[in-house]
Design a binder for this molecule. Structure first.
Ligand SMILES: [Zn+2]
Length: 165
C-alpha cells in the first residue's frame, strides 16, 4: 500500500469553515471537504470522510493539510486519488497553481513528445542508410526498391538537418 499520496499544493486554511474555492484553480482543503460526506475532524489539519469513489460504509478517506499547505488524500480502501477527485467533480490539476499546469508542464511535455517522435523517425532512416552503406561496402548491389528506400531516407535526413541547424 502506498503511503499518504501527495495531492499537490493547496492553500492554508484560514480556520474551520475557512475560505471556499479559490479562483484560478488553486484549491485548499475546505474546497475538497465541502464536497465530501461524513467529514470529521480528527486533529489539526486532519480529517476523515466517506470516500466518494466507492460505497463507503465506514469513512475510509483520510485528508490532511500540511503546514506547507499541501493537501494529502489517501483512501484506505484503495481508491486512487484520481478516482476520489473525479467523484467530486475535481481533477488532480485543480490542486496545482494554474501557471504550472496551463503554461508549464503540458507545453514542455508536448514539445518533448514531438521531439521524441522526430528522433525515432530520424534514427529509423539513419539505420536504413547505415545498413545500405554496409551492404554497398561489401559489394552488394541494391535493387531498385531498396535504392528508392535509401534515396527517400537520405532526403528525410537532409530535411531534418535543415530544421536542426
Ligand atoms: Zn474509495
Amino acid at each position: 500500500m502506498p503511503t499518504m499520496l501527495e495531492m499537490g499544493q493547496g492553500r492554508r486554511l484560514s480556520g474551520p469553515g475557512g475560505a471556499a474555492t479559490q479562483k484560478g484553480g488553486i484549491m485548499n482543503a475546505a474546497t475538497l471537504l465541502d464536497r465530501l460526506d461524513r467529514v470529521r475532524e480528527v486533529g489539526p489539519g486532519r480529517w476523515v470522510a466517506a470516500c466518494p469513489a466507492h460505497d463507503d460504509r465506514t469513512p475510509s478517506l483520510s485528508i490532511q493539510e500540511t503546514a506547507d499547505g499541501l493537501i494529502l488524500v489517501h483512501d484506505f480502501a484503495g481508491c486512487s486519488a484520481v478516482d476520489v477527485m473525479a467523484a467530486v467533480g475535481l481533477s488532480l490539476s485543480d490542486l496545482f497553481p494554474q501557471p504550472l499546469i496551463h503554461h508549464g508542464k503540458p507545453k514542455r511535455y508536448k514539445h518533448w513528445h514531438a521531439t521524441k517522435e522526430a528522433l525515432k523517425s530520424l534514427s529509423d532512416d539513419a539505420l536504413l542508410v547505415a545498413i545500405a552503406a554496409e551492404n554497398l561496402a561489401k559489394g552488394v548491389i541494391l535493387d531498385d526498391k531498396d535504392r528508392q528506400l535509401v534515396i527517400d531516407a537520405a532526403q528525410r535526413i537532409r530535411e531534418a538537418r535543415k530544421v536542426a541547424v
